[in-house]
Design a protein around this ligand. Structure first.
Ligand code: NAP
Length: 450
């Protein structure tokens, strides 16, 4: 049995029978057979179904959001927003997939030559618990619209959400086998990647998991996309609009109780505005309401599991030993971790070097642009960076200096169906969303007619 428990009170939420080897084999058989007919369907048929999935998400958003909140402790209002965003990505690909994948003519000496974008078959998605719906839908919507088949290995603590996602596609009318949730532990992933019927794998999660999945995919010469951790910097220059920037930075770090790959985990402040900024920032963080994740007024819920809260506590205490100061918070109570601000953080300290997956921000002060860029790039991660300044010319000039997969000016780093999303360095490779996401799992076929 795979059991999910409410991290707020420890109560069991769901208990799902784990698939045996035989169950997995049957599911892959269903998926493989389905591919033969699904790949022949037209974009308009797929679009109709994808729009129905969006409608189903909107209609029953409360029900789906409640399961998310119960399984991983995200505040209910944020869970509802997550479900709504999934409807958006379904609509986006329903409307744009055909355009993204239409043939591209290339002028050569041939009578006709072009690239066509064709589905490859079953893609395995290994997904994390932090956005139990969004991570899956941003893979599933383009995959299905491209004519591929999805099989999901969801994180063990949000398995009911995985089941719900399969139900959504079924309720929308997708033929059986287009999308299946496989209730399995991570020890079954290797065999699935090696299975001949499975053509590619995408993983969103931690570096160890990504590394392990990519090694197996590499041995089998199968395509992989990795969306891994991040330690985004929020860089505030002295000419930034302080009031607006504070509000954006609070949201960037503390939404989803800090459990987001693209959260702004390292706050870099230019020396002349650091004190003023920190005062206002601390005031707003102090006002964030913690409480029962099911309460609509709650902004800070609990962490998804107690071991994760313990890991965070260890990172903070190590950093304090290394010389960081607790400016605010720093106390854990079971799965709850107080919104925390650490000051005096240097790039040698644990909270700067590692990803902190909870409501903890590290503050480092810099003197000039050169130092700011050096601090941002000194991280092993490369998911995204936010830069705050009123000088937009300077902002655009500084963009190419960052190693990251995304630079957002005067905004928090966020995923948007219209924009490519993905990292560099140990944050992974490949892109999701936009035209780039849907083209990851297709055969870019060259056709040459003499
Ligand atoms: P995780 O422990 O790596 O788990 C992610 C998924 O991988 C789960 O389904 C897990 O299954 C599975 N898994 C774990 N070890 C595996 C292995 N050796 N082989 C195959 N599968 C394995 O990560 P998490 O704790 O759920 O999520 C947090 C991490 O995800 C953070 O680092 C966060 O930054 C990252 N993340 C990245 C993005 C992005 O877009 N870049 C988005 C969200 C989250 P079990 O649950 O059964 O162990």
């Amino acid at each position: 049995m795979i059991v999910s428990r409410n991290p707020y009170n420890g109560e069991e939420v769901a208990s799902i029978k784990e698939f045996t080897k035989k169950d997995i084999d049957e599911a892959l058989d269903v998926a493989d057979k389905r591919f033969q007919s699904w790949k022949q369907t037209s974009f308009s048929e797929r679009s109709k179904l994808m729009m129905a999935a969006a409608a189903e998400l909107k209609k029953n958003k409360q029900e789906y959001a409640e399961t998310i909140t119960l399984e991983m402790g995200k505040p209910i209002t944020q869970a509802i927003a997550e479900v709504e965003k999934c409807a958006w990505v379904c609509e986006y690909y329903a409307e744009n997939a055909e355009r993204h994948l239409s043939k591209e003519t290339i002028k050569t000496d041939a009578r006709k030559s072009y690239t066509s974008f064709e589905p490859i078959g079953i893609v395995l998605a290994v997904m994390p618990w932090n956005y139990p719906f969004w991570q899956v839908f941003r893979f599933a919507a383009p995959a299905l619209m491209a004519g591929n088949i999805g099989v999901l290995k969801h994180a063990s603590n949000v398995m009911q959400s995985g089941e719900n996602i399969q139900k959504i596609f079924e309720r929308a009318g997708f033929p059986k086998g287009c999308f299946q949730n496989l209730p399995i532990g991570s020890n079954k992933v290797e065999d699935i990647i090696r299975d001949k019927r499975v053509k590619a794998v995408t993983l969103t999660g931690s570096k160890p998991a990504g590394s392990s999945v990519a090694s197996v995919a590499g041995e089998e010469i199968k395509k992989s996309v990795l969306e891994l951790g991040g330690s985004n910097a929020l860089v505030v220059f002295k000419d930034a609009d302080i009031k607006k920037t504070v509000a954006t930075c609070v949201q960037a770090r503390y939404q989803n109780t800090g459990q987001s790959c693209i959260a702004g985990k390292r706050l870099l402040l230019q020396d002349s505005i650091a004190e003023e900024f920190l005062e206002l920032f601390s005031k707003q963080v102090r006002e964030l309401k913690s409480g029962d994740p099911m309460d609509e007024k709650t902004y800070i819920g609990v962490l998804a599991r107690e071991d994760l809260a313990e890991d965070l506590e260890k990172q903070v205490s190590e950093s304090v030993k290394q010389g960081a100061k607790i400016h605010l918070g720093g106390v854990r109570n079971g799965t709850y971790y107080e919104p925390t601000i650490l000051t005096g953080v240097t790039k040698e300290m644990t909270v700067f070097k590692e990803e902190t997956f909870g409501p903890v921000i590290s503050v480092t002060i810099f003197k000039d642009e050169k130092k700011a860029v050096e601090l941002v790039n000194s991280s092993d991660f490369g998911l995204g960076v936010s830069v705050f300044t009123e000088d937009l010319e300077f902002a655009e000039k500084i963009c190419p200096q960052f190693d990251d997969g995304a630079v957002f000016i005067n905004e928090l780093v966020k995923s948007d169906p219209r924009l490519p999303f993905g990292g560099t360095k140990i944050s992974g490779y490949g892109r999701e969303l936009s035209i780039h996401g849907i083209r990851e799992f297709v055969n870019k076929k060259t056709v040459y007619i003499k």
